[in-house]
Design a protein around this ligand. Structure first.
Ligand code: CP
Length: 318
């Protein structure tokens, strides 16, 4: 089947989703990211001038702290010229179409677009529209995909757990509205994780979620038993239609991660969250800031993983 992310040589042309991404490419991204991390120096991220003379345009139609900033840092570490388009002050607010905006940025000699958009499929749409020499990275589209988040999560898991083939991983929370969960499930499956669980109330799970190859739990005590990794999710209130939850307090009682609930997992479990976190709703501060939390390592590793993706795209055959 034709994969819109790969060129005719099977190289990464765009990064749009983790679904259908060959395991060789996923592993290459993780291995390349490792070369940018100096473990001996407190996880410092090293520079490498692999994007010298290239222009990276950060085009974010939705808010972001971690993704936008770490893409900017990553591009600068690779010596790219970085342009952050302020969408609120751009001509889209005067009625310009997405494609006209993209065409104008291409006319400014963009080499790479990093795109976040509220509509699922927006990054695919841009990737199909631009010339073959221009690369598109999906930085989150609607509830569809957030591939660099999932890849930095995989990097973090590998850093702390070394292997994937012996892991039990639980994804907890609002799977229904989460682009992160979809990308995590496909990445974990591609990397050979034998047991991926999702833990959520029925109202926050997609229908037929089992078809994604996950085990479904509605109860934290059972779902967290003996897991190696807990991936918490944010409640995507901005994507909820109607009342999917009785109240924030009720949600925390049943699905908020507390020390007591976490005690069901393995002793060396790692706790992750893509951010932004809602403390006291999704996760208790004692866990978010506790000894099992690797949440801030995820953010740091995000720089290295985004450097890896951008440098691979810049190096593909023309
Ligand atoms: N994880 C994530 O996408 O965070 P931001 O919305 O801050 O980019």
């Amino acid at each position: 089947m034709n994969n819109p992310q790969l060129n005719k040589h099977g190289e990464l042309q765009h990064l749009l989703t983790t679904e259908g991404l060959p395991v060789t490419i996923v592993r290459e991204i993780l291995d390349r990211a490792a070369t940018f991390v100096d473990v001996s120096d407190g996880l410092e991220i090293n520079n490498a001038p692999l994007l010298q003379g290239k222009s990276v345009f950060n085009v974010f139609f939705e808010n972001s702290t971690r993704t936008r900033t770490t893409f900017e840092i990553a591009a600068k570490r690779l010596s790219a010229d970085v342009v952050n388009l302020n969408i609120g002050a751009s001509s889209t607010s005067k009625g310009e179409t997405l494609m006209d905006t993209v065409d104008n940025l291409c006319a400014m000699h963009a080499d790479m677009f990093v795109v976040r958009h509220g509509q699922s499929g927006a990054a695919h749409f841009i990737a199909k529209h631009v010339d073959p020499g221009i690369h598109v990275i999906n930085a989150g589209d609607g509830r569809h995909a957030h591939p660099t988040q999932a890849l930095l999560d995989m990097f973090t898991i590998r850093h702390f757990k070394k292997e994937f083939h012996n892991l039990r991983v639980a994804i907890v929370g609002d799977v229904l509205h989460s682009r992160v969960a979809r990308s995590q499930i496909s990445a974990l499956t591609t990397l050979g994780v034998p047991e991926v669980r999702v833990i959520a109330p029925k109202t926050l799970l997609p229908t037929l979620v089992e078809n994604l190859g996950v085990k479904v739990y509605h109860d934290m005590a059972r779902g967290l038993r003996d897991v190696d990794v807990v991936l918490m999710l944010r409640l995507q209130n901005e994507r909820m239609q109607g009342a999917a939850l009785p109240s924030a307090g009720e949600y925390f009682k049943y699905y908020g991660l507390t020390e007591e609930k976490l005690a069901r997992a393995k002793q060396d479990v790692i706790v992750m969250h893509p951010g932004p976190m809602n403390r006291g709703i999704e996760i208790d501060s004692s866990v978010a800031d506790g000894p099992n939390s690797v949440i801030l390592s995820q953010v740091t590793f995000g720089i290295a993983v985004r450097m890896a993706v951008m440098s691979m795209l810049a190096g593909v055959s023309k």
